[in-house]
Ligand binder design. Structure first.
Ligand code: FA5
Length: 348
């Protein structure tokens, strides 16, 4: 009987050596060490042996069981080590390879354009003043000479952020539709001193998005208040800016327009940078591009800012940032600015 035990030991250990994966190992465990396995079957024979052979047989069978259990654990660990080695080899990393260079980032085209605009106005003696994106109805409209229900409010489709709007209350909150409410804020803060500031910032309009219009874009507002400021000062400032931003050969013209907060109101046009005034698709064959809305600050607005219109006068203008950038760099769709396509952004 002891030979049977020895023969089973040899057979089991050889079979274990041939085991190459976890599934085969489990099958081996069930076949030899399981409840109905070969070792259990051997143990069951003990009752059929002569009494004097039983102790030696039992001892040998128990030792076989311990040997196979230890061999099983050893094989299990060896297989786990092999598996780990395989996984590491599959993920092998050549640490001597040079790293992938990450290019330095750069400023967004809008920021670059905005900085250029600010630098030009700074050279012309304008300070930068910032005002909030979230405004009251009163600042955005009321104090700019558009009381509740004034029809000119429809010139700016508005994102309202509080309910008062529908009641016509001047306390309603909104995302500013233009940078012009900053005029009131800066006047109230600086009164009674002369003012020469620009107010750059984001504006929001509840508008259809098209190749020329976004629902969120930048504007730069300009405001000068002093004694004896005239329309000529405004035209001179606009012409000087156009030349410094677009090139010394640029010409500007003015057209009559309407804004409730300026009187008189004008639009400033510049000769088309692409066709040099000959007429093309971008300027709609007119030879001119609209650059800014502007005018002399309305007496009511001066008064709302704290300035006596009999003593003080001023000019104001407001223009977009993306549209001038489109003209300067021949970009035909404003949606590219905020589409986050790196192929576009990397060009500037
Ligand atoms: C105004 O917003 C006036 N506040 C400008 C002004 C200021 C007039 C001071 C008088 C005195 P307007 O709605 O035309 O005006 O907008 C001015 C500029 O903002 C436009 O010429 C254009 O460059 C830009 N703009 C307007 N709407 C959009 C839009 N949806 N997407 C991109 N740019 C826009």
């Amino acid at each position: 009987m002891l030979e049977r035990i020895e023969s089973l030991r040899g057979e089991a250990l050889r079979a274990l050596e041939a085991v190459e994966d976890a599934t085969a190992l489990e099958a081996w465990r069930i076949a030899y060490l399981g409840r109905k396995g070969r070792v259990s079957a051997l143990m069951d024979l003990i009752g059929s042996l002569p009494r004097e052979e039983r102790p030696a047989f039992g001892q040998a069978a128990n030792e076989l069981k311990r040997t196979l259990e230890a061999a099983f654990e050893e094989r299990k660990e060896a297989l786990a080590r092999q598996e780990l080695a395989r996984a590491l080899a599959a993920e092998a990393l050549d640490v001597t390879l040079p790293g992938r260079p990450t290019g330095p980032g750069h400023l967004h085209i809008t920021t670059q354009t905005l900085r250029k605009i600010i630098a030009i106005f700074a050279e012309m003696g304008f300070q930068v003043y910032e005002s909030p994106d979230v405004e009251t109805d009163e600042m955005n409209f009321g104090l700019l000479n558009m009381p509740p229900h004034h029809p000119a409010r429809d010139m700016w489709d508005t994102f309202w952020i509080s309910d008062e709007a529908s009641t016509g209350s001047t306390q309603g909150l909104l995302l500013r539709t233009h940078t012009s409410p900053g005029q009131i804020r800066v006047m109230r803060e600086r009164c009674p001193e002369p003012i020469r500031v620009i107010l750059p910032g984001k504006c929001y309009r509840y508008e259809q998005i098209t190749a020329r219009s976004e629902h969120q874009f930048y504007q730069v507002e300009g405001l000068a208040v002093g004694h004896g400021i005239t329309l000529s000062d405004l035209i001179g400032t606009a012409a000087e800016f156009a030349r410094r931003f677009y090139g010394p050969e640029r010409r500007v013209r003015i057209r009559g327009s309407y804004f409730p907060f300026t009187e008189p109101s004008i639009e400033v046009d510049m000769d088309c940078i692409l066709c040099h005034g000959a007429g093309c698709r971008v300027c709609k064959q007119s030879g001119w591009l609209e650059v800014a809305g502007a005018g002399m600050v309305h007496p009511v607005v001066l008064q709302n800012g704290g300035y006596d219109p009999d003593e003080w006068s001023g000019f104001a203008f407001g223009f977009g940032v993306e549209r001038p950038a489109m003209v300067k760099y021949s970009i035909d769709d404003i949606r590219l600015f905020y589409g986050n396509d790196l192929r576009f952004l990397r060009q500037f």
